[in-house]
Design a protein around this ligand. Structure first.
Ligand code: FES
Length: 214
């Protein structure tokens, strides 16, 4: 059995498994930290790409991503500070400037991690300072029951890892910068990629870019 340690988060003393990442210890104790790219199925190898889970750690000069911080006895954390809130707000605004905002018609409406982050941190879903960049990429519904709208993708990579775990491994990242996108090998429609339509990607997607059509 894993050794238990005692840590303090936002003034609350909680128990956690030694070495587990702070993000999971906080969430399991009912303390919300914004996150998109972290994956419960792959806790040991955080991608740390969304930059939403910053926290302050007592004794450290700069905020660190909670998904990469193994807990140890006596750790003292603050999930909120002016610096942390500024970093999270900036990362969120950047994400939202590149996300097709169509909550009313989105299958993830009401169960979307972007909506949760906006609510928890009192952030606007619609960017205030950055222009919204519309990509107008084609929606892929070539596999029965599965829809992929890359215009909603936030590049968290959870679908890519879920697809690999499901034994298909047909998804990956391609291109750089603004053009970066999750797609199939050779950028072919899902139906031509070897996709089995298992829906693991939809189950992992936190924002409704991949969804299962009933
Ligand atoms: Fe930690 Fe994305 S959840 S960087």
């Amino acid at each position: 059995m894993a050794e238990k340690v005692t840590i303090t988060i936002d003034g609350r003393t909680v128990s956690a498994e030694a070495g587990e990442m702070l993000l999971w210890a906080a969430l399991d104790n009912g303390i919300y930290i914004p996150h998109l790219c972290a994956d419960r199925e792959d806790k040991e190898n955080p991608a740390a790409s969304c930059r939403l889970c910053f926290v302050e750690v007592q004794g450290r000069p700069v905020p660190v991503p909670a998904c990469t911080l193994p807990v140890s006895e006596g750790l003292v954390i603050n999930t909120r500070s002016e610096r942390v809130d500024g970093l999270v707000a900036a990362a969120f605004e950047l994400l939202m400037s590149n996300h097709k905002l169509d909550c009313k018609n989105c299958p993830a409406n009401g169960n979307c991690e972007l909506q949760r982050i906006a609510k928890e941190r009192k952030l606007r879903l619609k960017p205030k300072n950055l222009p919204v960049l519309e990509r107008n990429l084609p929606v892929d519904n070539s596999v029965a029951g599965l829809v992929y709208d890359p215009n909603k993708c936030v590049l968290c990579g959870r679908c890519v890892r879920a697809c690999r775990r499901g034994g298909n491994a047909v998804l990956g990242f391609t291109r750089r910068g603004y053009d970066r996108v999750v797609t199939t090998f050779g950028d072919v429609p899902l139906a031509e990629s070897g996709c089995s339509g298992c829906g693991e990607c939809a189950g992992a997607c936190p924002v409704g870019a991949f969804s299962v059509q009933k």
